[in-house]
Design a protein around this ligand. Structure first.
Ligand SMILES: Nc1nc2c(c(=O)[nH]1)N[C@H]1C(S)=C(S)[C@@H](COP(=O)(O)O)O[C@H]1N2
Ligand SMILES: [Mo]
Length: 220
């Protein structure tokens, strides 16, 4: 099994992220993903809308920027590309070119991707993992999965997707450990300013404690 540079396989699939000790956000009775930004109108994406799009299964490893990789996961959902072509592209005003996509979760988490990266064939709006509906730990009700990018792109608990014609304002602009704007795992694009080999040993010591903290808030 080959992993991207600087990654180590872990057993199972840890719950991870900035939520740490907090339980995952409750799933609303009728979850709706708001779709907006530089479009001619704002629309919504419901479970029923998702069910109308072609389903796809994706076997992939999942790589966190901290250096752990969960291997052999099987996701199911709708290809982001299929969603974009059918539901979003018709709403892009003539002459406008979408370049960036922002994904937001019910827990307040936010990630940004280049449209080009989000349209890769392995990017899913996923609602099932390993044959079961997503649980709270891994992004219920619906999450993004982009396995060729570090996990920080794959926003869980999706509540909003917005499309932009330039890079959106960046709260992490001056953050020394700001995430890389592409985060491609095979290029080891972990951080914007710090090279991967500098942060690898720091992360190595943090994975254990972060994993234990995250597990404390776990509520599948
Ligand atoms: N909504 C939300 N999505 C998130 C996060 C988060 O804290 N909240 N953390 C990100 C990070 S850093 C990683 S590595 C993955 C972890 O996914 P997992 O908890 O399913 O392992 O989710 C990403 N998506
Ligand atoms: Mo991560």
């Amino acid at each position: 099994m080959t992993l991207p540079p600087g990654q180590r396989a872990v057993d199972g699939f840890p719950r991870f992220g900035s939520h740490l000790h907090r339980p995952p956000p409750p799933v609303p009775a009728d979850p709706v993903i708001e779709i907006g930004g530089a479009l001619s109108e704002a629309v919504t994406l419901t479970a029923k809308d998702l069910a109308e799009l072609p389903r796809q299964e994706l076997g992939a490893d999942f790589h966190c920027v901290a250096g752990w990789s969960a291997t052999g996961l099987v996701w199911e959902g709708v290809a982001f590309d299929a969603f974009y072509r059918t539901r979003v592209e018709p709403l892009v005003p003539a002459g406008a070119a979408i370049t960036h996509v922002v994904f937001e979760g019910f827990d307040g988490y936010r990630s940004v991707a280049l449209l080009q990266d989000a349209l890769a064939e392995d990017v899913l709006i996923a609602d099932r993992l390993d044959g079961r509906p997503l649980d709270g730990d891994h992004g219920a009700p619906v999450r993004l999965v982009s396995p060729s990018q570090y996990g920080f792109v794959s926003t869980k608990h999706l509540c909003r997707i917005t499309f932009h014609t330039s890079a959106p304002p960046d709260p992490d602009r001056w953050n020394p450990i700001a995430a890389h704007s592409r985060g491609r795992v095979w290029q080891e694009e972990r951080h914007r300013y710090l090279p991967g080999r500098v942060v690898r040993p720091v992360y190595r010591g943090l994975i254990g404690p972060i994993r234990r903290l995250s597990a404390r808030g776990s509520r599948p």
